[in-house]
Every structure is written in C-alpha cells, then in structure tokens.
Design a binder for this molecule. Structure first.
Ligand code: PLP
Length: 485
C-alpha cells in the first residue's frame, strides 16, 4: 500500500469508525451470533491474491459487526467498562503508523521519555504519593493489563523479600506467603501460580460486612505465619473489587505490612482512575503505604485497551527482578546508566508506544474533562441506587461508592430467587437494549449495573431501570402463574 493509497483508505476507515459510533445505539448490545457463526462466514483459506480495500471494508459490516458485543454502546452496563475515545484511537493510530518498538530508550527515546512524563502527570492527576514519581526512587510504566501488573508486582516483592536471591535461586514456595481477600481479583492467584509459588502460598483473609479486607484478621494471619516460619511476601489490597467495588482499608493494611516487611500492592484496576476527582480520593486514604499500584486507563479513563498505569515506589526492586541485558541490546546510554529502559519493567521485551494514546487523551480532555467524565458516571450510579433503595422490588446489596450498583431483586414467596434473578438477567440481555452481568454476594446471585460507557447518559440509566422494574414485574407474575398451575 502506497502512502497515497493509505491516505485514501485511512480516511475511509476513520469514516467507518465515526459512522459506527454514530449508529452504535441501533445495534443489540450483546452479539447475537451462535458459536461458529463468525468463522462460518469466512473463507477456509487465506486469499492467494490481494483484495481490494472495498471488499475488506464491506466485510467489517458483513462478518465482524454481527459478532461484536458493543462495549461502547450507551446501554452497556456489564463487567467494568472498556472505554475508548476519539483521541485514544487517533493516538493509537499514530503509534501504529510510527511502528516503533520501544523496548529500550535508545530504540526510540521519545517512546520512553513521553511515557515517563505522562505517568508523572497521571500520578499528579490521581493524587498519588511522591514516591511514585520518576523524579524520586520510583516511577510509572504502562503495562498491558492489571493482571500483568499484579504479576510484576509479585516478582518485585519476591526479589525484595529474598534480598535479590530469587534471581539465582528461584522462589521458596514452601516458605513464601501472599495475602488476598475472598474478593481479590483472580489474576492475583494466577500471578502466584506463574511465579512458581503454587496456590498453597495464598492466604485468604476474611472480609467485613462491607466486603473490605478485615485488617485485624490480616494481622492475626501474618503473626501466625511468621511464628510458623513463613515469609510474608506481598499483601494485595484492592480499591474497588471486581464484584462490588468494595475497598480494602489501605491505611490499616499499610501499617501491618510495614511491621512484617511485606510488600503492599494496591490493585485499583477499575476504581483508581476515579481519583482524578479529588472528592473521591478518600477511598484510597493510606495509598502512601503502597509499594506498587495499578489502575487501568483502559477501563474507565477514555483510553482504549491496553493502557494499565502501574507505579512502584522503589523501581530498583522491579528492575532487580526483571532486568536482563543480552549483548545485542547493549548500548552507550544503557551502559552509562543515563536512561530508563522499560523492557526491564515488564515481562515481554518488545513494547508498543502506548503513551501516545494516553498523551492524546490527557491533552484533549484535560484534567477538567477527565473529572467531568468520572463524576457524571458516579452521579448517575448514585441516582440509580437511590431509585432502587426506594423501591421495594430491589435491594442494593453492597456499598456503591463509585459507578457500580449491585441489585438483588426481591421475589414473591415460593419463587426460587436465584433462578428468577438469573432469568431476569437473560431476559434483559436478550432484549438487546442493555447488557448487564452478574456476580455472587454472600452466595446469592446479584445483578451488576456498571455505569461507565462514555456515551451513557441519564436517559440510558432511566431506561435500564425501567427495563429492570418491568422485567421484574413480568417475571414475578409469570412465576406466580406457574406456581398456581
Ligand atoms: N484487578 C481487578 C480489581 C479487576 O477488576 C480486574 C478486571 O476487571 C483485573 C484486576 C484484571 O484487569 P485486566 O483486564 O487489566 O488484567
């Protein structure tokens, strides 16, 4: 493709995306294809001869769109959001066009230095501690996912705990312990397995009524383990759990970690970016105790996947665990110790120029625009929770400090509540106007309504509430009729 052809077709693609965003509300939110449908509409073999761009573009509509669940749809209330935005897409386009592989400073100095600067900006915007700034002992880096960030945090913690011995001798699976709660994201357990510790190393600490980790239980668990000769390596505290956005009390947990020399990793994958709004920072009071911190701009900060913001207070622990310098990567800047090489901060060697999209997003919206984005969703979720609180057909089952509301429908006597709740969920999702997911709270299924798509307005939240209440009434009547038969 020549630059001129690229220009022409590039404009067509941008038009296609703009049109998609304009008509996104007309699609059913959840893809309605059956397993195998998408593959069945594709040829069995790759084309022998190149095809015209028109044919490729037409297949986006014919093959791809029917198999897409529309995460940017204003009726998308499932999981956590996966925001994207115009500036994010355009930043990614530039990154793709430059085709830079930024593994070392020398392989493209702008890729490293822009990332350092944007991560320092973002640490400021989120009110994170000074220790995370590149100007001190720490620093920030863009990772591919919070799952990846949880893993590198654990590797850094193992390195520090062993005084560097893990590099030569590996981990001590029979002595190392890692502390989570029942609400911690499963990626932490996965990290433990990948790190070679095995899940016997995981201690699951009890949670309080609000589903946050109980610090007294953590302290007792650590004391017991230390007395038995275990070596506590890392405590993973979550700000905004996946299930209900519960918050582990960082200040109390931080003190306990310090006492035992355990690394405090804060997983704020979804909720962390809410700290752009100063009034929401109270949720992470005590974050200054953290040794590492992860939050995903690709969930709720208008930046397309992948853009995990990861900071460490002591970058030496991270690079100690991950740095490796084969001869072919040696260069004067690295040898002089004058630069940061981000390949030493992550698992893969190669890395994309992801800071570009973050830079575009932060500059386009400004701090003010990012705050407005977060605040609008929080306000909408609080309204929804208010309607549900005032309605005898639903219980709000967990604190909702941000933009996720967990609802448990109430059903008439004699109705199997779990079955009815899951039936309501399927009914709503089959309808195509909205998409919700579920979780389990105190062993009962509940509906999660996560307000977070950039296009969602009050009108869409009113609509999801209307669908929930209408669906509830219809099902309750239906179940009652069945019982009467
Ligand atoms: N941690 C928490 C608290 C999460 O909620 C999630 C995903 O929702 C993750 C980690 C994993 O995030 P990622 O998809 O960036 O790996």
């Amino acid at each position: 493709m020549t630059p001129e052809q690229f220009r022409r077709h590039g404009h067509e693609v941008v038009d296609w995306i703009a049109d998609y965003w304009t008509r996104i509300g007309t699609f059913p939110v959840r893809s309605q294809v059956s397993p195998g449908d998408v593959r069945a509409s594709l040829p069995a073999a790759a084309p022998e001869h190149g095809e015209g761009f028109d044919a490729i573009l037409a297949d986006l509509d014919r093959v791809v769109l029917p198999g897409v669940t529309h995460w940017q749809h204003p009726g998308f209330f499932g999981y956590f959001p996966a925001n994207t935005s115009g500036p994010s897409v355009l930043g990614d386009l530039v990154s793709a066009g430059l085709g830079v592989q930024g593994m070392s400073w020398v392989t493209s100095p702008a890729a490293t230095e822009l990332e350092q600067q944007v991560m320092d900006w973002l640490a400021d915007l989120l009110g994170l501690p000074e220790s995370f700034r590149s100007t001190g002992t720490g620093g920030g880096v863009v990772q591919d996912s919070s799952s990846g960030a949880n893993l590198v945090a654990l590797l850094a913690a193992l390195h520090r705990r062993s005084g560097g011995a893990t590099v030569r001798q590996g981990v001590e699976p029979e002595r190392a312990t890692v502390y989570v709660s029942s609400e911690t994201h499963s990626s932490m357990e996965k990290a433990v397995r990948i790190a070679g510790l095995g899940t016997d190393a995981v201690r699951i600490v009890e949670v309080d009524g609000d589903l946050g980790m109980n610090p007294g239980a953590l302290a007792a668990r650590l004391e017991r383990d230390v007395a038995r000769g275990y070596r506590p390596v890392l405590v993973c505290a979550t700000v905004g759990t996946t299930s209900t956005t519960a918050v582990d009390p960082l200040a109390a947990i931080g003190l306990i970690c310090q006492k035992h020399g355990a690394w405090l990793h804060v997983d704020a994958a979804y909720a962390g970016v809410s700290a752009v709004a100063p009034e929401l920072r109270e949720l992470q009071a005590g974050v200054e105790w953290a040794d590492s911190y992860t939050t995903d701009a690709h969930k709720w900060l208008l930046t397309g996947f992948d853009a995990t913001l990861f900071w460490v207070a002591d970058r030496a622990a991270l690079t100690g665990a991950l740095a490796i310098l084969p001869d072919y990567l040696r260069n004067a800047a690295t040898d002089a110790g004058a630069v940061v090489d981000f390949r030493d901060w992550q698992i893969p060697l190669g890395r994309r120029f992801r800071a570009l999209k973050l830079w575009f997003v932060v500059r386009w919206y400004g701090a003010e625009g990012l705050r407005a984005h977060i605040r609008s969703h929080v306000a909408l979720a609080q309204e929804l929770a208010g309607w549900a609180d005032a309605d005898e057909r639903f219980d709000v089952v967990a604190p909702h400090p941000l933009s996720l509301v967990c609802l448990r429908p109430r059903w008439p006597e004699g109705v199997d509540a779990d079955v009815a709740t899951m039936t309501l969920l399927e009914r709503l999702n089959d309808g195509g106007e909205v998409f919700l997911t579920h979780t389990t709270v105190r062993r009962e299924p509940v509906l999660r309504v996560a307000v977070g798509s950039p296009a969602t307005t009050r009108e869409h939240v009113e609509r999801v509430w209307a669908l929930l209440t209408e669906g509830h009434d219809w099902l309750a009547a239906d179940f009652a009729a069945q019982a009467a038969e």
